[in-house]
Design a protein around this ligand. Sequence first.
Ligand SMILES: N[C@@H](CCC(=O)N[C@@H](CS)C(=O)NCC(=O)O)C(=O)O
Length: 232
Amino acid sequence: MTTPTLTYFKGWGLAEQSRWLLAYGAEVSVGVTHTGPTFRNAALSSFSEFDKLRNDGSLPFGQLPLLEIDGLKISQSQAMIRYIAKRSGLAGGTLAEQVRCDMIAEAVKDARLGVVKWPFSPDKDAHLNDFVAPLIAKWYPKFDAMIADDKELTYAHILIAEMVSSYDLMFESKGVPPPSADYENLKDLTAKVVGLPQMKEYLESDKRFPFPAEGEICNSYVENVEVVLGRR
Ligand SMILES: N[C@@H](CCC(=O)N[C@@H](CS)C(=O)NCC(=O)O)C(=O)O
């Protein structure tokens, strides 16, 4: 079996959710034997690499990220998430469970916008206070209540954990207490997910790009995105 390959920039953005799911699914995939690495990052460095993929038909909509897996070339981050979830038995059992997972995943996509936009915001304090804090106030109480009685771990839970952990890192980077401290269920779920052996392995590996707090790491990620997209 060839190693799934995720083509993107050198950072989180719209690819990180898939990385978490690929890392998690490593040990639970249905009907698939994993003997090698769970996935490979193909991090682009230049516009010519991106342009080549656009011209050779690899990118159905001319956009990144791209996931190559099981002989498929999958575009659209939310479609790839669902594919990995189904492949790993994380998409929910019944139709009702599946649509609940999908609802939560779409809500996480909206709630997570503050993670995607963070590197590009020139004023990090303003981003945190004016953009992220309202998102957290709007979404966290709902997610926290919604998962209170959940027993089974699905892809929706992994997506929530990825978002919560990302926002926690963001607040901590500014010396502010992590928002999850106020949400018992979200805090417990995130601790459980990041504590799983396969997640720890991923999070501590060199496949995990660092949180682009501010300064050099943030600037070089923004430069990477702009160079690859041909904007610099
Ligand atoms: N809805 C898409 C959005 C993808 C997207 O906007 N990708 C950006 C990079 S993060 C891109 O490729 N932009 C270049 C373009 O649209 O031409 C997804 O979730 O994957």
